[in-house]
Design a protein around this ligand. Structure first.
Ligand code: ZN
Length: 267
């Protein structure tokens, strides 16, 4: 039997981490690397079938990833590092936002920005840079930022239970932010700790603006139906339909609503 196919070879700048897949939403083990795609015969690379690409967070569950031209990826990372440095300076001087390079854009919130950038920096083999950011945030007013970043790093290191506790710590430092509750809820869902997960989502909703509340309730209704909490899910569906009446004409969404109503015994 002739064994052939395609694969990537000559991998460099390899990183293994845990994290949330942007394509299947699972919490999974992921690999990132720069490599060349080849046609292989008996697993020996024979013919190159493209240029080197950066595979960013190849998910162990769905086997998908984002792919970038290495030069494009490097320029993204360089820009994120520069902006992170600006965010750190702002936090250390007591500000909560920093100015974007684009004068037409609104100032950027430091902590949510850094929290999402750490994901990119970790996956691009810049863990030392992430740690140096953490070690700079020593002022008492930076404690929330430092705790959020520590929780993110614990998540990527495959320590979700530590991260859950650290996000709880962050939510106690800054009680009006939805982000630590939400991040904790996502990890609790991955750990199948449903009761605590729903409680974390409720805390996140209590701190959110209307737009964010809508997104949070969309996630919550999935968790409630998966946990067979059909009556609670029906209430969440009602809230979503009242917030966005356009959903009434979305057939897929209404199928979910009606299926849930039957299960809740209210159809
Ligand atoms: Zn995935």
């Amino acid at each position: 039997m002739l064994i052939y196919g395609t694969n990537t070879y000559f991998r460099s700048n390899k990183v293994t981490q845990h994290g949330f897949c942007s394509l299947c939403n699972s919490y999974a083990k992921m690999r990132s690397f720069t490599a060349m795609p080849f046609l292989h015969l008996y697993f020996i690379p024979v013919i190159p079938i493209g240029s080197r690409k950066r595979s960013h967070k190849l998910c162990g569950k769905c086997n998908q990833c984002q792919a970038f031209e290495p030069a494009v990826f490097d320029s993204i990372i360089t820009r994120l590092k520069d902006q992170s440095a600006d965010a750190i300076v702002a936090l250390k001087s007591g500000d909560t936002t920093f100015d974007s390079d684009d004068p037409n854009e609104a100032p950027i919130e430091c902590v949510p920005f850094l929290h999402s950038v750490v994901d990119w920096l970790y996956a691009s083999n810049n863990v030392a840079f992430c740690e140096s950011m953490l070690s700079q945030l020593t002022e008492p007013e930076c404690r929330y930022a430092q705790t959020m970043l520590r929780a993110a790093l614990e998540t990527y290191r495959g320590k979700p239970d530590d991260a859950i506790n650290t996000y709880r710590e962050a939510s106690q430092i800054q009680q009006q932010s939805f982000q630590p509750h939400h991040a904790r809820g996502l990890l609790l869902a991955a750990r199948k700790k449903t009761i605590e997960c729903i409680e974390a989502y409720r805390s996140a909703i209590a701190c959110s603006t209307p737009d964010i509340e809508y997104q949070l309730r969309l996630e919550l209704v999935d968790i409630q139906t998966a946990a067979k909490q059909y009556t609670d899910a029906a209430a969440t569906f009602d809230w979503l339909l009242a917030a966005k009446p356009d959903l009434l004409s979305n057939k897929d969404f209404m199928k979910l609503v009606n299926k849930n109503k039957r299960k809740a015994g209210i159809a």
